[in-house]
Design a protein around this ligand. Structure first.
Ligand code: 6PG
Length: 228
């Protein structure tokens, strides 16, 4: 399935954080008003840090939020390199979110076991309200890397075990492209000159893992203007 990609230029990372924060909270309020809860899949890496830090001060009903992770690195549970560790230190530890509603990937169990366990967690979860994703220099997103299984087809599993990721650590868990696209809103967060080629490839129609994320409502990309 191809998808509509809407490119939104931002001035810099601070502007990206402001705009992402505004969009996340607006979609959260809409979901909570319409369905009583808001499910969001978090992006890893460093770009989301200022977004998560701004969310500390948000006025929202945290009791209605469910937090999921788009991918996780197979590191010890308390390792600062874990995507869940970054989100918790920047944001989740600072707000009244019930621990039971923060659905971490148990990556310390190893890729295979953690992928199976997270697939079980997601088996009772429908379409996400929102998915946040980053973009890697090589066009990867979550832990879906070029030349690797992206989990694209309709029969693709929800969660993939990744064993030879080119971005350390090699062992990871990732939601599949198919599952990441099962969302009402998908928002990519792209900043940093190292992403220039990946953005150019994407806009030129060169297939990269990020461009395989297809949602019926299209995807939005907040991207530094200097990369366009
Ligand atoms: C990870 C992320 C990865 C990240 C991109 C962009 O585990 O590293 O899931 O997909 O989002 O590599 O990373 P930066 O935001 O740090 O550039």
């Amino acid at each position: 399935m191809t998808t509509t990609v809407r490119w939104h230029a931002v001035a810099d990372l601070a502007d990206l954080a402001r705009q992402a924060n505004t969009q996340i909270l607006a979609i959260a309020e809409e979901a909570i008003a319409e369905r009583g809860h808001f499910s969001i899949v978090l992006a890893g890496g460093d770009t989301p840090r200022p977004i998560y830090r701004r969310l500390r001060g948000a006025f929202t009903d945290w009791k209605r939020w469910d937090i999921y992770f788009g991918d996780e690195r197979c590191l010890p549970a308390d390792d600062s390199g874990r995507n869940s560790h970054m989100a918790s230190s920047e944001w989740l530890d600072h707000v009244a979110l019930a621990p039971s509603r923060i659905h971490r990937i148990a990556a310390e169990q190893g890729a295979q076991a953690a992928a199976a366990a997270y697939a079980q967690t997601l088996s009772s979860v429908g379409a996400f309200d929102m998915v946040l994703l980053g973009l890697g220099e090589d066009g990867h997103t979550a832990s879906l890397f070029p030349g690797h299984d992206l989990g694209l087809g309709p029969d693709a599993p929800d969660v993939l075990a990744v064993h030879d990721a080119p971005k350390p650590p090699p062992e990871r868990i990732s939601l599949s492209a198919a599952r990441l696209g099962r969302a009402r809103r998908v928002l990519f967060l792209v900043a940093g000159s190292s992403k220039r080629q990946a953005v150019a490839d994407w806009r030129a129609g060169v297939p990269i893992p990020a461009s395989t994320i297809a949602s019926s409502g299209g995807v939005d990309v907040l991207v530094e203007a200097s990369l366009l």
